[in-house]
Write a protein that binds this ligand. Structure first.
Ligand code: ARG
Length: 545
């Protein structure tokens, strides 16, 4: 209709002309012109059945890897050293991991890089604390808690006393100048943190191809600043060095301007502080340049919360002005996300008002899942119940985080995320386990046959079959728009279509052996898609629940 309008043609007539020239034999049963100029396509049942048979034979699972030419760097998780990973880290870690899994599944090349915050001003304070008041036994029990304590004490002292702040700065300067003692302590802090990170990544099932922390880029920072000064993009300002607007964009779109009381004023990007230290931005510029020169990606995505939107706008803009040729070869994307809120409408915290540690959160998830499993399946063995609780608990937290549109804030709610009804991980895992239990009841065990002729007659069979084949489109949409929630919603719908099918169409009790086999194969494909889909979200499945 859009085409007809722009060409001044009659839409119904145009639609008829399109149909006349369209050859969809073997794919569609008929194409009809309807209403004001709509085209209705009716998928051929034969084609649908054939596609399902191909999938049973393992030729595909409704997606293809042929057109996968993207070479994507995924920057995600990126926690800071000497701090506990908290509930907020589930967001970048879970979204980033789901995206990289979807890219890989579709056959794209992926490099995941954990840009750990292992350098920066906090180390001045930490070094001072370490030297003056480190409690070795506390460090051995819970290193991160001890580092956090040191930081808090010194930070409070620095706020109150300029002399202490000066002392912390002096430690930082020594570290940056390569003082062996300070470097040694710093290395120990980094490796203690890495132990914590690794334990949590292990529980979450997340791995990285590269872990190049901020400190890795130290040797490049002076060069970045010198370059930007030399090409005139940066200039000194009150002893610091900063990049300003080049005036090329309307103020509204210019990342280096902000509106204050109706006036556009400079909001420059700092790249060197007045004390000679470098900024987060400087490191990110060096990192970006390194990634492009080393890995020649077609795309770099940063899975970082929306509070850093302005940082990334500036980063991308500086890079494009600085290295226009290189910048042309790569798509730079900030994949932002909102906050996790508590019931009270404020950011989610513990009862005492502290940030919720990721470790504690996962522990609690597992405990709560354990209660569910104990109540639902007391007949299972202890070790089975423990394993189910682990997979369900972690899966529930991850799924609840992936389900909302990533840019919106969402309310953290244990009951909701662990419910067996509704759009939750336990519901989907249960749908999978239920199918597996059907297979356990097949005499002689279930093995999908090589020849799987599908008989699709009941409306529920057709609805399930035609929804299964949407799996690929869904994955592509996830990878295109960086939105794992599309996959969550697809799997939820799929489970619903499966339920209707299972309620209406007897499987094991089907009288005709051909129909029984066809239905078992529909179960098989649903199970495969559910499992692959959940795994793409970084969520495991269990055989029994
Ligand atoms: N460590 C940073 C933070 O906690 C996130 C880093 C994100 N990645 C990046 N290349 N800036 O805020």
């Amino acid at each position: 209709m859009g085409l007809a309008k722009s060409r001044g043609l009659n839409p119904r007539k145009l639609a008829g002309d399109v149909v006349a020239r369209l050859d969809l034999s073997g794919i569609c049963e008929s194409v009809e012109v309807a209403g004001a100029g709509f085209l209705n396509f009716r998928l051929s049942k034969g084609r649908l059945a054939e596609t399902l048979s191909e999938a049973i034979r393992g030729e595909h699972l409704f997606f293809d890897r042929e057109n996968a030419g993207r070479n994507i760097v995924v920057d995600f998780s990126s926690p800071n050293v000497a701090k506990p990973m908290h509930v907020g880290h589930i967001r970048s870690t879970g979204i980033g991991d789901a995206l990289q899994r979807a890219f890989r599944l579709l056959g794209h090349s992926v490099i995941t890089d954990n840009h750990i915050g292992d350098w920066g001003t906090q180390f001045g304070k930490l070094l001072l604390g370490w030297k003056e008041m480190l409690d070795r036994s506390a460090l051995a029990t819970d290193a991160i808690a001890e580092l956090e304590r040191l930081y808090k004490v010194i930070n409070a002292q620095c706020d109150a006393d300029a002399g202490r702040l000066e002392a912390a700065r002096a430690e930082l300067v020594k570290l940056q100048a390569g003082d062996p003692e300070n470097l040694g302590i710093w290395r120990e802090m980094v490796s203690l943190s890495q132990v914590q990170f690794d334990a949590l990544y292990g529980r979450l099932g997340v791995r990285f191809d590269k872990v190049l922390g901020e400190s890795f880029y130290n040797p490049f920072l002076a060069g970045v600043v010198a370059d930007l000064l030399a090409c005139g993009m940066a200039r000194e300002s009150a002893g610091a060095v900063a990049v300003f607007s080049d005036g090329q964009l309307p103020p509204r779109e210019d990342p280096f301007l902000v509106n204050k009381e109706g006036e556009w004023v400079d909001d420059p990007a700092l790249i060197r502080k007045s004390d000679g230290g470098y900024n987060y931005m400087t490191t990110d510029l060096a990192t970006l340049d390194y990634r492009i020169s080393q890995w020649s990606p077609s795309e770099i995505i940063y899975v970082v919360d929306d509070r850093q939107t302005s940082h990334f706008k500036k980063l991308f803009s500086i890079y494009r002005r600085w290295k226009p040729e290189q910048a042309k070869t790569v798509r730079l994307v900030h994949v932002g996300f909102g906050k996790i809120m508590g019931d009270d409408g404020r950011p989610f915290r513990t009862r005492s008002g502290d940030t919720v540690r990721l470790r504690d959160l996962l522990d609690e998830a597992q405990e709560r899942a354990r209660k569910l499993v104990d109540a639902k399946s007391p007949e299972l063995e202890e070790h089975q119940r423990a394993e189910i609780a682990r997979v369900v608990g972690v899966g529930a937290v991850k799924y609840a985080d992936l389900l909302p549109n990533r840019q919106s804030d969402y309310v953290f709610n244990w009951e909701k995320m662990l419910a067996l009804q509704g759009n939750t991980a336990p519901y989907l895992m249960y749908a999978y386990a239920r199918i597996r239990s059907i297979f356990r009841k097949v005499d002689g065990g279930w093995k999908p046959g090589e020849l799987a002729p599908f008989i699709l007659d009941a409306p529920e069979e057709i609805a399930l079959a035609s929804y299964l084949i949407n799996f690929g489109l869904t994955l592509e949409a996830v990878a295109e728009e960086y939105r794992p929630n599309f996959l969550c919603n697809y799997l939820f719908e799929l489970a619903g279509k499966f339920t209707s099918f299972y309620e209406q169409c007897p499987v094991l009790k089907a009288e005709d052996p051909q129909i029984r086999l066809s239905r078992l194969h529909l179960c098989e494909l649903t199970a495969r898609v559910l499992k692959t889909g959940l795994e793409t979200l970084g969520i495991g499945v269990v055989e029994q629940m």
